[in-house]
Ligand binder design. Sequence first.
Ligand code: SF4
Length: 451
Amino acid sequence: MSTPDDPIGFGESDIAHGETLLEVDGLTKHFASDSGLLAGINLETDRFPPVSFGVDQVEAVDDVTFEIKKGETLGLVGESGCGKSTLGRTILRLLDPTDGTISFKGDDLADLSGEELRQKRSEIQMIFQDPQSSLDPRMKVGQIIEEPMGAHDMFDDEGREARAKELLEKVGLDPRHYNRHPHAFSGGQRQRINLARALSVDPDFVVCDEPVSALDVSIQAQVMNTMEELQEEFGLTYLFIAHDLSVIRHISDRVAVMYLGHIVELAEKEELFENPQHPYTNALLESIPVPDPRQSGVRGVLEGEVPSPQNPPSGCRFRTRCPRLIAPDEYEIGEEEWSHTRAFMRAVKRRTFEPMSAAEIRQEFFDGELPRGGAGEIIGEAIELIATDREGGTRDPDSDDDDVEENWEEATDLLLGRFAEQSICARERPAYDLESEHGSGTHFAACHLHR
Ligand code: SF4
């Protein structure tokens, strides 16, 4: 609490700088997808009876493990819908975890409830993305900042007002604006009010969920600079969630990359940006807009849709979009031949080429020559299914014959079943600790290329 040197009670903690403050182990959050009239009824046409009852699980966060040290910022990045906000909310116990532990200063938050959890909440705070909707427009700024202090019985009225005014100054606002309403402030200023509100209860740890995404780029940097100053002054620890890698690069000490509920890579910032080891991280880095007027838009955009978290791919969850999927061990196939096979498999699955003859397909995807051995035989079979001059007679590619559709599906199933599903990428969940080239920290990469 407060001392003469520290009138508003900041700067105390029983955990030393650099020691583990938060440790998350095997954290899992699954949701039941039970909304709607037909909730819980599953239609499976290949089974008898074709209807079953049960609630599907959405695997939003699955078996996530990491730690955060006192005073550091861990950036958490990934595409929208990858589970990063759910992870932040589960750590805060705004959502109940399905499994795993959340050790904060030695207590497992996953085990706490009622008054114990309420007490702990003053040590862990959250800042949300939209400063507009997270501030009650009817309340004055002073009341907004004082509200959490009141909820935790901190100070009397006078003490709370003094602290609110001091915090306004700390976050770069004028304490004389204590009686104004939120609408009188800009977006950046409103996010500063949010910051003051989160800090009012003297937390050790703040989960920041896309806190600058709604702000202009120039304002983003200012708010992040203020957050860094406050972190240094008060020894704060941040979990900083963002989809924007340049924001993550600005503020993080270490970075965790999330894809479809899994952490796929985690390393110190420089190591992650200079020596990325996961194909997904590489794809994200390549899609950062380039500030070059001759280049438009983004480069290297990821192919394909993110699969549903209701039915995520086995093994490595990125495998259905991965440009480096590993060849199954059972085939003797060279790197170049495998690269051609992967491209062909993707093109058949997405039907990205016009129907053509078998010879044309071989030429287009394999420079005229199929791989030898078992792999070549399977590819030959798939080509035979979709070629316009397939065995059994020519076929009009423009006909809406159901057989044509079925044959493409059969070719897709054949290729995926014999190649993609047999890959180690589909059979085992990857997890590797690597040597870092930059800095002294550990480097985790969930990719079998490092086996
Ligand atoms: S494990 Fe396989 S599918 Fe996953 S990222 Fe690595 S190479 Fe790609």
